[in-house]
Design a binder for this molecule. Sequence first.
Ligand SMILES: [Zn+2]
Length: 172
Amino acid sequence: MAVKPVVTYGHESLRTVAQEIVDFKEIDILINDLFDTMYENDGIGLAANQIGINFKIFVVDISHTEEAESPMVFINGKIMDCSGETIDTEGCLSLPDVRIRVKRCSEILFSYLDENLVHHEKTFNGLLATVIQHENDHLEAKLITDYASPSDLIKYEKKLNELLESNAKRRS
Ligand SMILES: [Zn+2]
């Protein structure tokens, strides 16, 4: 169990499509690392590529709300169906201090394996549906900035450039 560094905007891992997990030997370690890192950063969701691991898994904990009772693990997830429309302001641990309005489906049918590798195909709505779509986007190499309006991009231009520069320095 360990808290891992969360990679930020400009890191190549966030723009890499995650691979399906086929070897589950070390899945418990990865799940624990994801939860530890998410809680340390006060997040409600975290995808594996946010800690630099390009596998299809994310964790969610919105148990402080009435919509979910316990922390949840989603492995090899896939959106099977998507309906309705909802617009919410979202943040992201990989985009500190950036808040962007994102239009999403209000209801989704999601296929995934849980932490015990049991398969589910379940309907989600409300905050949980939004968080699942946000985290699933991560695994498809998509970020909330991809939904940003031109005015949001102008508003956050300086912040985004700072993040890009810090990642460029890391590489050089
Ligand atoms: Zn995010």
